[in-house]
Design a protein around this ligand. Structure first.
Ligand SMILES: Cc1cc2nc3c(=O)[nH]c(=O)nc-3n(C[C@H](O)[C@H](O)[C@H](O)COP(=O)(O)OP(=O)(O)OC[C@H]3O[C@@H](n4cnc5c(N)ncnc54)[C@H](O)[C@@H]3O)c2cc1C
Length: 451
């Protein structure tokens, strides 16, 4: 079934497009037919997840594939902990889908709105030095390539492609299934504390090594860092979840409701930003609770913002954060949103932001009605000076030339792209910028053959 004409916008309201047509394939076969039909008409194809990337990575000018009908568990093996999911499955569906098997994702980011294919394709991650990003859990995948072929990539079939396909930026084909290595369901004990900025930054390395999941938020114009320290416990550990009322007051009324109203007001009166301290004090309150992992890892984000996040060597985090603080103070900017700092284990996926090194993540945000460019550009310069790699789904200004310098396997990824999508059926303007267009030998040969 096809539709057309609707305006698509991403969550951060940084991108908008009216695709030539939208298709909602409900089977792998229907995805194959959609790709083949698009190729026959000379149209490009782009699967879209939940539209939660801030970059134009999911923009589909020609044929947009909405995989909202391609969800659920396809296969599950409790003994090995491996579960195959349809690519459009949303992370928030997982607790219910995985409950019968007693399994869970080992780690998660801040929210659960994304699709599994969309989240892994951009290298989505949480925090915890013992854990890689979500894509590191992928042990097999099925994707429809530009020729319309259904390709299986696993530990036994084309295994050499796994490090490319796991974080594929949507550039290699349309994922229809991913098989994840999961872990037994577990409980997290959460401790949230306001602490002095200097102390937290000084102790960064010790804390990320000492705790399962450590992160902190620093609120500009204050000396307060909100630390979040989560400890893993077995599934049968006693739970003390946040009460429904206190979760609503903290997460909805304060973190989303009051904060949203304050951000909107400060857009017209930015000089009052430092007075937001009363609210940030409330946001940085002390909380202790224990619950199943998805309820602790994720929360709702209803105040729209724009974000840039850089992955830097783990040890560079304290200097990087101090430099960002000095920058904000020097420039006199009024920044309402906190800076978020996390960690992840090194992995071997070619375009993973944590490729080959234990990684610290520094994320900056601005309310969606404020212009983020000057702030983000200055922070980007600091991060680039530290060998930083931008999150593929968050705003940045890097190009294929500059990204090649920080990704040792960049050209290997391009070779796989040449094999699976020689004519750039899955390209868009963002991918042209970060990966380059049809410039390689393989694609040139392909075009010559076609001509
Ligand atoms: C409020 C908010 C909080 C966030 N928190 C975090 C966080 O804690 N950690 C973090 O790392 N990131 C975070 N992000 C970023 C987000 O996780 C990524 O941008 C993620 O890629 C979004 O997933 P999505 O399903 O919306 O995919 P989309 O943004 O829709 O698409 C992303 C990419 O995946 C591709 N894609 C989608 N489906 C398929 C498919 N079936 N086959 C092949 N390619 C496909 C798209 O073409 C595109 O290239 C956050 C974003 C927001 C808005």
């Amino acid at each position: 079934m096809t539709a057309s004409g609707d305006l698509w916008r991403n969550w951060g309201r940084t991108e908008a497009v009216r695709p030539v047509r939208v298709e909602r394939p409900a089977t792998a076969g229907a995805v194959q037919r959609a790709v083949t039909a698009a190729a026959a008409s000379g149209l490009r194809v782009k699967p879209v997840g939940a539209g939660h990337s801030f970059t134009g990575i999911a923009v589909a000018p020609d044929v947009q594939l909405d995989l909202g009908d391609l969800t659920g568990v396809i296969d599950a093996d409790v003994a090995t902990g491996r579960v195959t999911l349809a690519a459009g499955t949303r992370l928030h569906q997982l607790p219910a889908l995985l409950a019968p098997y007693g399994l869970a994702l080992p780690n998660m980011g801040d929210i659960d709105r994304q699709t599994i294919a969309g989240a892994t394709s951009t290298g989505t991650h949480g925090t915890g030095l013992g854990f890689g990003g979500l894509a590191t859990q992928i042990v097999a995948a099925k994707l429809v390539t530009a020729s319309g072929e259904l390709l299986t990539v696993s530990e036994t079939e084309r295994p050499e492609l796994l490090p490319a396909v796991r974080v594929g930026l949507g550039a290699l084909g349309v994922l229809v299934e991913v098989t994840l290595q999961l872990v037994p369901r577990f409980v997290l004990q959460a401790v949230e504390r306001p602490e002095p900025f200097g102390l937290v930054v000084d102790e960064w390395l010790d804390r990320v090594h000492a705790h399962d999941h450590f992160e902190f938020y620093w609120f500009p114009h204050t000396d307060t860092a909100l630390t979040k320290t989560n400890t893993r416990l077995p599934a049968d550990a006693p739970r003390a979840p946040l009460g429904r009322v206190s979760r609503w007051v903290d997460d909805e009324l304060v973190a989303n409701g009051l904060f949203g109203v304050a951000c909107a007001a400060l857009t017209v009166a930015p000089r009052l930003t430092p007075h937001l301290a009363w609210l940030t004090d409330k946001l940085s309150g002390t909380r202790d609770f224990t619950d199943f992992s998805p309820s602790v890892f994720t929360s709702a984000r209803r105040v729209r913002f724009r974000e840039m996040e850089y992955a830097i060597p783990l040890e560079a985090v304290p200097d990087a954060v101090r430099d960002v603080r000095a920058l904000i103070e020097r420039k006199g900017w009024h920044i309402t949103f906190p800076i978020e700092v996390r960690a992840a284990a090194s992995d071997d996926n070619w375009l993973s932001t944590a490729h080959g090194r234990d990684t610290g993540y520094v994320a900056v945000h601005r309310y969606h009605r404020e212009d983020p460019r000057e702030y983000f550009a200055a922070v980007e310069e600091i991060m680039r000076g530290l060998g930083g790699r931008p999150h593929w789904g968050k705003m940045h200004t890097q190009t294929a030339e500059t990204l090649r310098d920080v990704y040792p396997r960049f050209d290997d990824f391009l070779r796989v792209r040449d094999e699976l999508d020689p004519e750039r059926r899955f390209a868009n303007a963002y991918l042209d910028r970060v990966l380059g267009g049809v410039t390689t030998d393989a694609a040139a040969t392909e075009s010559a053959d076609a001509a």
